[in-house]
Design a protein around this ligand. Sequence first.
Ligand code: COA
Length: 344
Amino acid sequence: MSASGLDKNTRRNSGPPTSAVIAGLGTCLPSKEIHNASLVGELDTSDEWIRTRTGIESRRRADPAVSVIDLACEAAGNALRSAGVATVDGLIFATTTPERPCPAGAPEIAARIGQGNIPAFDVSAVCSGFLYALATAGSLITAGIADNVLVVAAETYSRIVDPADRSTAILFGDGAGAVVLRSGPPDEPGALLAYDLGSDGTGAHLIRIPGAREQATGERWFAMSGRKVYLQAIDGMAQSTLRVLKDCGWSAETLDQLVPHQANARIMEALAKRLDLPPERVVCELARTGNTAAASIPLALADAAAAGRLRPGHRTVLTTFGGGITWASAGLIWPKLTAVTSEI
Ligand code: COA
């Protein structure tokens, strides 16, 4: 994929005078942790290979009784508590692993967390799902359609990766994250200052989950051309980050924290080098979660904030790349908030 291809297919929004502000952050992880050592018995791999090639030490696996909607409801409730609000005007749910193709999960999440008849719908943009949903929710707010919106991302990849495929079974984990967005002035910390969203459907074959027709012919599991995605992810996130930096009026030197999609520590290291950022300014928090697809950015935000790496006032860019192919980034000054986290 060429640089010009990425540029040509990108839509940007520098933000009208009223902004959408991140006001609360919640997460939920399954309590069951699967260490590399327990995969070694099942696959032709080693703890050393997984650590050095991916940075992953363990990942979470949801109990069979726990659905992706259960994880989403927990994270959403935690985000509401973090924001100190009881109700929102809308809910957007990002997932690659829905309970079923129809109906969408968002209305059920809204009902289960006591939000009544608010507009609620799903977004499907794979690992870019959280940022696509964030931009959509932000646009509902800046268009005056909603005052506050819950953005929820949850995944149960443990149910769709082939347990016998060593190139994917080691990478992915289950988890959920959510934020509350509300209207506010653009100069308020937490205001989304710029977005960058894009896609390239010519890469649709690179990350796939079989549909009903393919399943009928025996194809069942998630599949990824790991090496190709690896290289495109570095390029795609670097260029998308640069576009958002420009729209925010910042430079890489003045950026405090880059929070990339948590797919592979080596992708993040290469991204840091490409942007000339020291490692301490790139959040890498996947060691104990693995790649949680759409949920990875809010989970990383909560971990980085808890560790004191991400602090109020930090110039922050969130960036992601995933199936579709899709990519997305957003820029904001990190606000003062306390993430609420739980395990299930
Ligand atoms: N254990 C041991 N060896 C493994 C392995 C494992 N778990 N998985 C793959 N290998 C082997 C391959 O079979 C290959 O062997 P060969 O040289 O004999 O053919 C060798 O390791 C190198 O494979 P390669 O695919 O080039 O490795 P890599 O350094 O690219 O790492 C991934 C593989 C999957 C970890 C990496 O490509 C990746 O992280 N890709 C993108 C990940 C992602 O999550 N993307 C999501 C959206 S951005």
